[in-house]
Design a protein around this ligand. Structure first.
Ligand SMILES: Cc1cc2nc3c(=O)[nH]c(=O)nc-3n(C[C@H](O)[C@H](O)[C@H](O)COP(=O)(O)O)c2cc1C
Length: 302
């Protein structure tokens, strides 16, 4: 049975050049969809097996004979491109150093992020894994400070309207339904944060999107894994870091976009799309002179 996603309905088509195929079986090993199968030492294509071809493209990438072509689910033979040589890839230390050097940046220089830099970020994001191919991640880009400010103002207006949902009285009434942890988060973070956003924007200070010159909202279709936009946003942050930009994830907007018809309408966001996360970007105004050692809550082995 074919997997339905936001952009795909049906399986991709597999074309095998039987003249070139030597039945090595490597494609069948990586095919988890799983229409490629070895039967009695011969490669067979059983289109309806499991999910059928989901268009992951892995078979085309591993085939030593270059004898498989996939068409469909946003995948085509032309998408098979040369693999960067190992000497061109970041090694662990380089990647770790990039990660260690990244900080959440909320102070930006008065400089636009150039369109070619934005393109590089989105190109890097497109390499991210997704729950099911093809990616259902969408990015709404705000590429000038004015556009980001308008977005922030619109978000804060929605927050203002929804403020009562986080009032102390409402929290007390809802405590049996929403649970202690949620109420504690409302009391210690959400309500004070909303108060700061709303009161400071009135004074001309944007504590939500920090007057960033660039913002991206990552979201996805209702079919996708809700983690997809978060994975994509993480890739965007790392790409931005490698390009000399600072960035910061901004978690609060998504909660409000999810329930706001007005925001969805104004920004052409599909009504049923799942909320993801906003990331702000820009050239950093303040240089971090040191890195920080951080620890996870727990790493356990069993
Ligand atoms: C899911 C997520 C949501 C976040 N939301 C916000 C936010 O709404 N506002 C903000 O200023 N920072 C936000 N941040 C940034 C964190 O506060 C920041 O990552 C944290 O303080 C650690 O700092 P570092 O990124 O420099 O290590 C968010 C980060 C993540 C991962």
């Amino acid at each position: 049975m074919a997997i339905k996603t936001g952009r795909a309905d049906g399986t991709a088509q597999i074309t095998l050049d039987t003249e070139k195929c030597n039945d090595c079986g490597i494609c069948a090993e990586v095919c988890k969809g799983a229409p490629l199968i070895m039967i009695d030492g011969r490669l067979e294509i059983e289109e309806p097996r499991f999910f059928g071809c989901i268009g992951c493209g892995h078979c085309m990438c591993v085939c030593p004979q270059e004898c498989i072509q996939i068409n469909g689910r946003d995948m085509q033979p032309a998408d098979v491109i040369p693999l960067p040589g190992t000497d061109k890839r970041a090694d662990y230390q380089q990647l770790y150093d990039l990660m260690l050097s990244r900080r959440s940046v909320r102070n930006f220089r008065d400089r636009l992020v150039e369109p070619e830099i934005i393109d590089k970020i989105t190109a890097a994001v497109a390499t991210a894994p997704m729950g099911l191919p093809p990616s259902d991640v969408e990015i709404l880009v705000f590429d000038t400070p004015a556009k980001v400010q308008e977005f922030a103002a619109d978000l804060i207006a929605v927050m203002k309207k929804s403020r009562w949902l986080f009032s102390p009285l409402f929290s007390v009434l809802m405590r049996p339904f929403l649970g202690r942890e949620y109420i504690e988060s409302v009391n210690s973070f959400i309500r004070p944060a909303l108060d700061i956003f709303i009161e400071e924007i009135a004074k001309g200070h944007d504590y939500l999107l920090y007057n960033a010159p660039l913002a991206m909202y990552f979201h996805c279709s209702p079919y996708a894994d809700p983690a997809d936009p978060l994975v994509a946003a993480t890739y965007a942050m790392l790409a931005a870091e490698s390009l000399g930009l600072g960035s910061c994830m901004i978690g609060t907007p998504a909660y409000f976009i999810k329930y706001s018809k007005d925001l969805k309408q104004k920004y052409n966001l599909p009504r049923k799309n799942q909320p993801g996360i906003v990331v702000i970007f820009g050239y950093p105004r303040i240089r971090f002179r040191k890195a920080l050692r951080r620890r996870l809550a727990k790493v356990t082995y069993r």
